[in-house]
Design a protein around this ligand. Sequence first.
Ligand code: UDP
Length: 163
Amino acid sequence: LRCCSSNGSGEKERTLGIIKPDGLSGNYSDRIKQVILESGFNINKEMVIQLDEENAANFYAEHSSKPFFTNLIKYMTSGPVLVMILEKEDAVIHWRELIGPTDAGKAKITHPQSLRAMCGVDIEKNCVHGSDSHQSAQREIAFFFKEAPSAFKTEAVRKHDEL
Ligand code: UDP
């Protein structure tokens, strides 16, 4: 868990949120979206996609040498994910606050109101993702919504792009 600080500018910022396979299969997306909207975020774009191993490994490239990497890739490819661009002032830090600590088991004790406490299980299966900095957010948004391979260009994304 690296995290972030407000840039203090008061401008709208975008971050990337993902409802991971356990969150989606556990039917948590409606509750999570409700929390997102009640917390003042706009959901700019969203799409449901099935990551393959290469997509997941590229997305989590910074963790490629970590002992948990192989299991993380299995987890992230175990079912579809819901990817969202979230917009708000200081969106990166506010979304990280809402999702809570990486370890969902600990979050249930230390951050019981957090999304990971609500829908996650442990340090791996923590049901949601949030970019950890403004720079990561830009890379991750581009990964899914700008430079995404054609396989990602679902109907949902095309419709948003045409608006
Ligand atoms: N993860 C894991 N074991 C660990 C640490 C992380 O399986 O010991 C998984 C977990 O799903 C986490 C993701 O790898 O969300 C990325 O880890 P990071 O440290 O970037 O945590 P995050 O930024 O998601 O809180």
